[in-house]
Design a binder for this molecule. Structure first.
Ligand code: X8Z
Ligand code: ZN
Length: 649
């Protein structure tokens, strides 16, 4: 299971364990503590597994409601459930620490005890008042993000823009520089009121981390990798060093294209203006395709318009069946549009499911199709940020998204189902082992499959015509992937560089925003077009900060997914350049993948990694192998051009 979800963050796992909780029959657990005074470590872990499994569905339900019906009632219930859970968890952890490391216990118990001590992302302070305040703030911050809207005119609430509307303006190739700047600035206003709450939240979380015996929350987060936290930090630097040269070539090429389009305004000291990448956080540059496409039309990859056409076809059929659009009231028309949106979203979800079943994995249970949230409801605020949930450890698996007919949402679906299939594969393990080998593994499962979404695969599912075969088409295909994967990498790293600094005190509250932009400059080479003083809280405009989800996992995933992909391609018998491999429908690859997923976190990740890839290390060389043709091409394009950037002092 997933402590992170239970700690009021994303519904995807990483570290396992989770909730605490006494069984419902034993009240708050305190009266039973004495009865368990003499239990052995093996007995203790067996009890924790039992009690957690029993209490689990209630806490996930409260969190599902808080994310899919944002209001003060669901917020209260979720905060309370979380408080109860964390209170019990801290008792379990305290007890776990009383067993000497040389006490007699099975290796499984030793592993479970270790996971129990390091697996919480929202560490509970011992002081009950501080704990209640922290869980209240956690729920509040996530709710603020979920219901956040940019309201250009305070007198006209009907004109407010939610994250979907703002993102659309940014991504639209026809939007002007000013429209994009306005939309970007507008979204960032939602985070300004979070600043004080976040500062207090970080203090309380640190108090909890210290109570658990860690220096601060960042150190706790870095302890989840079967290595010492200081070594983990070095390891992340090493991995970034491997891929940084590739990123720099892409940054330079992109910046120069922006200068071609916008003139002087297309760059800031060699950096990319933050509102011009088509993405609120500059983490995915796919929307810049019209200006970055290397060879116009070489291999049609316009999946957005195919999905939009499919959607329109569904809508038109439904409208015709209802007697034609002209005969319908606005209300009826809206109902039918909503039905069409839902049908198209489910069709996209079915496509994703079919990749997994094609590998020999089970079909999703019927309950999934009725319980999941596929599209944005019309009557309430929800957290649209995509997530995957295991509600009861017995098959009630769900995703929560606000799907639109876009390539980005299609690939996010494949990502989310990676989490869901991980849940299904490790459901048979004790709850304390129901987590990813480490959190980067959980994030990499679906993305490995996304790498297999080659033009050949896209054509096999009817999203593009016959794939073109030419060197130009190869470069276009590589660029399409690079705008999602390579552009992401420094972003994947910088968010927690910021949070680690906040937690260890090297970033002080009066420098929150400056430090944020310094890191964005250093790693991503992006800069804001207008001043972002300390009245802003730009970190809060990214879900995972108010949602308290550690982010280094995504950086690691962007390394791991290429390693997994290579291993599965080898297993499938593929011979040829890595970027051409598509292991869809290959039973051997499916068997190997499922075997890895079934291990959960029952053993150190290095062992799980070796079983799949033959190596115990994370390694960026598969990324470089995959993008070798593009890297050569980018170097040629950048020859003689101005590259590099000057980060602020
Ligand atoms: O948050 C997510 C997933 C859910 S785990 C949709 N991702 C990161 C993000 O959107 O910032 C996937 C890639 C990076
Ligand atoms: Zn994820």
């Amino acid at each position: 299971m997933n402590i992170q979800r239970l700690a009021l963050t994303l519904a995807v796992s990483a570290s396992l364990l989770g909730l605490s909780a006494c069984s419902p029959k034993t009240g708050d657990g305190t009266s039973t503590e004495a009865a368990y005074a003499n239990e052995t470590a093996d007995e203790f872990i067996a009890r924790v597994n039992r009690e957690l499994t029993e209490a689990y569905p209630e806490i996930t339900s409260s969190q599902w409601l808080a994310s899919t019906y944002i209001n003060s009632d669901s917020e209260r219930i979720s905060a309370k459930a979380n408080e109860r859970y964390l209170g019990m968890l801290s008792k379990y952890i305290a007890k776990a620490k009383t067993f000497p490391t040389d006490a007699k216990m099975t290796p499984e118990t030793a592993r479970a005890l270790h996971l129990l001590k390091i697996g919480v992302t929202l560490p509970p302070p011992n002081d009950p008042k501080a704990l209640a305040e922290m869980t209240g703030l956690a729920t509040k911050l996530e709710g603020m993000y979920g219901s956040g809207k940019y309201c250009p005119n305070s007198k006209k609430p009907e004109d407010c823009l939610d994250i979907g509307a703002v993102s659309k303006i940014l991504a639209e190739p026809t939007s002007t520089y000013e429209q994009q700047l306005n939309a970007w600035n507008g979204w960032h206003t939602i985070a300004m009121p979070m600043r004080k709450d976040y500062q207090r939240f970080a203090e309380l979380s640190n108090q909890g981390a210290k109570d658990l015996g860690f220096g601060n929350t960042g150190e706790l987060w870095r302890s989840g990798y079967d290595m010492n936290p200081a070594d983990f930090q070095k390891e992340s630097d090493r991995l970034w060093g491997q891929v940084e040269p590739l990123y720099k070539e892409l940054q330079c090429y992109t910046k120069n294209k922006l200068v071609t389009k916008y003139g002087d305004k297309g760059q800031i000291n060699g950096m990319i203006p933050a509102h011009l990448t088509g993405n609120l956080w500059q983490q995915d540059w796919g929307s810049l395709w019209p200006i970055l496409e290397p060879y116009k039309g070489a291999g049609s990859l316009d999946i957005n318009s195919v999905l939009q056409k499919q959607h329109d076809k569904v809508l038109n059929e439904k409208l015709a069946a209802a007697g034609g659009a002209a005969t319908l009231s606005p209300l009826k028309f809206a109902d039918i549009s909503h039905e069409a949106d839902l049908q198209q979203a489910k069709d996209m979800a079915r496509l994703s499911e079919s990749f997994y079943t094609g590998l020999g994995m089970p079909k999703l249970p019927e309950s999934h199709w009725s319980n999941a949230q596929f599209i944005k409801p019309r009557d309430r605020d929800v957290v649209c940020h995509a997530s995957a949930w295991d509600m009861n450890l017995q098959g009630d698996v769900r995703i929560k998204m606000c799907i639109t007919p876009t390539e980005e949402d299609l690939t996010t679906l494949y990502h989310e189902y990676g989490h869901v299939y991980y849940y299904l594969a490790y459901n048979k393990l004790p709850i304390l082992f129901q987590g990813g080998a480490h959190d980067g593994f959980h994030e990499a499962i679906g993305d490995t499959i996304v790498l297999s979404m080659t033009p050949e695969y896209m054509s096999s599912i009817g999203l593009i015509d016959k794939p073109a075969v030419s060197q130009e088409a190869v470069i276009n295909g590589q660029m399409r992937m690079a705008l999602a994967k390579v552009a992401f990498m420094p972003f994947g790293l910088m968010i927690d560089r910021w949070r680690w600094g906040v937690f260890d005190g090297s970033i002080k509250p009066d420098q929150y925003n400056k430090a944020w932009w310094d890191l964005k400059a250093k790693y991503q080479g992006v800069a804001p077009a207008t001043a972002r003083g300390e009245e802003h809280f730009d970190a809060g405009a990214k879900y995972h900060v108010p949602g308290n989800t550690p982010y280094t996992r995504y950086f690691l995933s962007h390394i791991l997914q290429f390693q997994f992909y290579k291993a599965l391609c080898d297993a499938s018998g593929f011979k040829g350049p890595l970027y051409q491999c598509n292991f869809a429908n290959n039973p051997e690859a499916g068997k190997r993948y499922w075997a890895m997923l079934s291990k959960g976190s029952s053993q150190p990740w290095q062992k799980t990694m070796k079983e799949l890839t033959g190596k115990e290390e994370m390694d960026g060389s598969a990324v470089l192998e995959y993008f070798a043709p593009l890297q050569i091409w980018l170097k040629e394009q950048n020859q003689g051009q101005q590259c590099g950037w000057k980060a602020p002092e």
